[in-house]
Design a protein around this ligand. Structure first.
Ligand code: SAM
Ligand code: SF4
Ligand code: SF4
Length: 345
């Protein structure tokens, strides 16, 4: 993963520390649309939705001024459906290095032109969902041709050398035996990979959770192998503690201690604040403190361990340390020939 320049790293740590103390969110997820190009088996989105109440690009300015997040995830639905996405990113960044901005997308609508325009507007990291390292991805996402498109566009854009593309594989009972093959695919395409965990909270479907001792044994074996493949280049973007917590989450059937609403929150497409994408108690922009009092302090939900949680469940010192050494890739940049020679087998 591309390193974050030293001065920018210090800015992120500075703002993160202030937010932590002021009980403002570290990460904000902006769901810029509810519509989607896919209709995935594990998700509650899918197909077109009414976009008439969507926030306009300029509206995001006041959200950034009030919430002052360190990291923004631009998500959805499928964010690339917004024709004004570049403008939204420009407003989020307003010419500054912060917030560190991650576009979370299925990439069905990604092209070289859009990638370069979004980078130019300030996207720091492109998170690309990949559930299977082959055409089974189309079946799971219910979008024929998606895998073929990814297998063309991902390596083509990776070859530009910006090292800012990360595949995201959400672990389910369907693909748990494939997660190292997904890493092989990342390696083949010249990009990074990170893993997240399925929750049945979105759809109520427990079938994609890891329910049997056999599935859990496969998970342990696959994660051990993933751990062996991690190296200083940070091409597997999870920290070891996150992989370990992911295993515990599946084994225990949940993960307590969620800080939704406090350390992270969601801005819905129409501009309401929500603790997370699966809790629908809504607040206005200036009511985050009320959300913390009414929701976070009483929250007993332990039903997911999605990425946004996995980064922020930790203590402040641990989070700082992992950010310094891992998540935001603060490490010496390797020369291309060293990168090309790295072992990812
Ligand atoms: C909701 S999608 C929005 C962005 C974009 N449409 C995409 O798929 O990347 C964000 C992420 O949530 C993941 N996701 C969807 N349903 C999930 C579930 N039930 N449990 C865990 N992650 C889920 C997707 O795989 C994707 O990586
Ligand atoms: S996971 Fe993403 S691509 Fe799939 S239906 Fe949900 S929002 Fe759409
Ligand atoms: S564990 Fe937290 S982030 Fe996950 S669904 Fe429950 S409240 Fe939301």
């Amino acid at each position: 993963m591309r390193r974050v320049p030293f001065v920018e790293s210090l800015r992120i740590i500075g703002r993160g520390s202030l937010n932590w103390l002021a009980e403002r969110p570290i990460v904000v997820s902006l769901e810029v649309t509810d519509s989607c190009t896919c209709s995935c088996k594990h998700c509650d989105h899918g197909g077109p939705r009414d976009g008439s109440r969507n926030l306009k690009p300029a509206d995001y300015k006041k959200y950034m001024e009030v919430l002052r997040p360190c990291v923004v995830q631009v998500s959805g639905g499928e964010p690339l459906l917004r024709d004004d996405l570049v403008e939204i990113v420009r407003t989020i960044k307003s010419g500054c290095s912060l917030p560190y901005t991650i576009l979370v997308s299925n990439w069905s609508l990604m092209s070289r032109e859009r990638y370069l325009a979004l980078r130019g507007a300030g996207v720091n990291q492109f998170s690309v969902s990949l559930d299977f390292p082959d055409a089974r991805h189309d079946d799971f996402r219910r979008l024929p041709g998606l895998y073929r498109h990814l297998s063309e566009v991902v390596p083509q854009l990776a070859a530009l050398g910006h090292d800012d593309i990360v595949l995201n594989t959400c672990i389910t009972s369907e693909n748990v035996s494939e997660i190292n093959r997904a890493a092989d695919k990342a390696s083949e395409w010249g990009v990074n990979i990170s893993y997240s965990a399925y929750t049945f909270r979105r759809t109520g479907n427990r079938g994609y959770f890891l329910n049997t001792p056999e599935e859990l044994a496969v998970l342990r074996r696959e994660l051990d192998r993933v751990r062996q493949r991690m190296d200083g280049s940070h091409w597997i973007a999870n920290s070891e503690t996150t992989l370990e917590a992911t295993r515990r989450y599946f084994e225990n059937g949940g993960a307590p201690g969620c800080k939704a609403g406090l350390r992270f929150l969601v801005v819905t497409s129409a501009g309401a604040l929500q603790p997370c994408s699966m809790q629908f108690k809504r607040y206005t922009l200036h009511e985050q403190a009320r959300m913390v009092e009414e929701f976070t302090r009483r929250n007993t939900c332990d039903e997911c361990y999605v990425s946004i949680r996995s980064y922020l469940d930790k203590s402040f010192p641990q989070l700082l340390w992992e950010n310094v050494t891992g998540f935001l890739s603060f490490r010496p940049h390797r020369e291309p020939e060293l990168e090309a020679g790295r072992t990812r087998a």
